[in-house]
Design a binder for this molecule. Structure first.
Ligand SMILES: Nc1ncnc2c1ncn2[C@@H]1O[C@H](COP(=O)(O)OP(=O)(O)O)[C@@H](O)[C@H]1O
Ligand SMILES: [Mg+2]
Length: 444
């Protein structure tokens, strides 16, 4: 835009400057020739050589060119360039011939003598209404052109400087305008990344300030709504727990009354359902808190985490005659809250134990930024890899196997993603499943 403006101003300016200089040179030469002709009209016939010489030299100086005075036959009477041409005939020069016929001419032509372009101006010397001689002024065109070129070069320099300054100022202004928008964008990105408390600085133009203010208002409302939702889930879980415990007690008491076989079986099934409901309520609470990032990050050693998990789950594994083997590969830590890692790992181990046949084997492999829990159970049905991470979704193994909440993997993934990692589940070569927790390299 700026370039266009400067070019559209500068180019016509340079062109008009060139034309002006040309016209100026032409008219100056013509008037100098006229003045010289007028002054020499009394000196030509008979020729007063000395005066004519002086006249030619002084007028040659003032036009910075060569001035020649000839008589009516075209013979040189005076030459500002020196006496060497005196007496020789210049009648062959077209401009001199024309001037002697009484016509003033101005032409630009190549000079054979000088080997360059010259501007020749010739006027008649008139006396008594007759042309008694002629005055010719010749100037080198290249000298004039050189002067024009150097003027244009100066103009270009000024134009360039203006352009540069303009671009600089434009850049500064653009930065000034873009800065508040960029800050607003970074606030939006922080909120998208889970930091609901991020706010934009209200700054910049009035439109930008109003945008930031609206953005902050929206962020306030979002934070309030999400907070209220989490609180509601937490409250509901707490409130449900008490009656569930009471219900379980009632069922146990009813069973203790000594009821017949069929009823006892129904009561046992009822107790199991109540336990499942209680587990779902607990896990809902865990899930709602998992999104609330309160825990502090730390360097957590994966091999130690695998060791701790083995201790927590050994008894449960033994009860199902499953061998639980912790394996460490490579060293290294990951950055997360230890409690989150343990909770996520528990969900995977619980699944591996649930969905493995009795007498099977479960291996936990920790190291190199990831923990894998490998089993030899039924594995996943085709296309289930992502679905099983949805809340309440139970896959083929879940529906055929023991009861569950369908929340375990959702919890694991939410917890690990809060630390920029991920949870995955896939089939294991040779049968079974591999559940993995992956973390980015801990470089903090
Ligand atoms: N180790 C595993 N082997 C086979 N299927 C699994 C395994 N772990 C999880 N799944 C499948 O993923 C589903 C969801 O798991 P999860 O979220 O823990 O809920 P739940 O175990 O309560 O069903 C399970 O129902 C099951 O179909
Ligand atoms: Mg589970």
């Amino acid at each position: 835009m700026l370039v266009l403006a400067v070019v559209s101003l500068g180019v016509p300016l340079a062109l008009s400057l060139r034309d002006r200089v040309n016209a100026e040179v032409h008219s100056q030469a013509l008037s100098q020739a006229d003045v010289t002709a007028a002054l020499s009209s009394d000196l030509v016939n008979p020729p007063s050589t000395r005066e004519l010489e002086a006249l030619a030299r002084s007028s040659g100086d003032s036009v910075r060119g060569r001035v020649l005075i000839v008589n009516a036959r075209g013979q040189v009477l005076a030459d500002s360039a020196g006496p060497s041409t005196l007496g020789s005939s210049y009648i062959s020069r077209p401009e001199i011939a024309a001037a002697l016929r009484g016509r003033a001419v101005q032409t630009q032509r190549a000079s054979h003598t000088l080997g360059e372009n010259i501007l020749a101006t010739a006027v008649p010397v008139v006396r008594g209404g007759r042309a008694v001689g002629a005055v010719r002024v010749t100037q080198s065109v290249s000298a004039v052109q050189h002067a024009v070129r150097s003027t244009i070069a100066k103009l270009a320099l000024v134009t360039g400087t203006v352009l540069l300054l303009g671009l600089l100022a434009g850049g500064l202004i653009a930065r000034q305008v873009a800065l508040p928008i960029r800050r607003l964008e970074s606030a939006a990105r922080r909120i998208a990344g889970g930091d609901l408390s991020a706010r934009a600085i209200v700054e910049g133009s009035s439109e930008q300030r109003s945008l930031s203010a609206s953005f902050n208002e929206m962020a306030d409302r979002n934070q309030r709504l999400i907070g209220a939702q989490r609180e509601f889930i937490a409250d509901a879980s707490h409130q449900l727990r008490t009656p569930l415990t009471a219900l379980r007690l009632r069922l146990e008491e009813a069973g203790a009354e000594g009821v017949a076989g069929q009823v006892a079986a129904e009561l046992d099934a009822g107790t199991a359902e109540v336990d499942r409901l209680a587990a779902i309520v607990d896990e809902l609470l865990v899930l709602s808190r998992a999104e609330d990032r309160e825990l502090k990050g730390e360097h957590v050693d994966l091999s130690l985490a695998v060791g701790r998990a083995a201790q927590r789950w050994n008894a449960a594994a033994e009860a199902r005659q499953i061998t639980l083997t912790p394996v460490t590969v490579g060293a290294g830590t990951v950055w997360c809250a230890r409690a989150d890692l343990d909770r996520a790992l528990d969900a995977l181990i619980e699944n591996a134990l649930h969905y493995s046949p009795a007498g099977g084997e479960v291996t936990m492999v920790g190291g190199d930024g990831r923990i894998e829990v490998r089993d030899r159970g039924s594995g996943l049905a085709p296309g289930e890899e992502e679905l099983v991470f949805e809340r309440f979704h139970r896959g083929r193994a879940g529906r055929l196997g023991p009861s569950g909440s369908g929340l375990g993997l959702a919890i694991a993934r939410t917890l690990v993603r809060a630390w920029h990692g991920d949870a995955r589940l896939s089939n294991r070569p040779g049968g079974g499943a591999v559940a993995a927790l992956e973390f980015p390299a801990a470089d903090r």
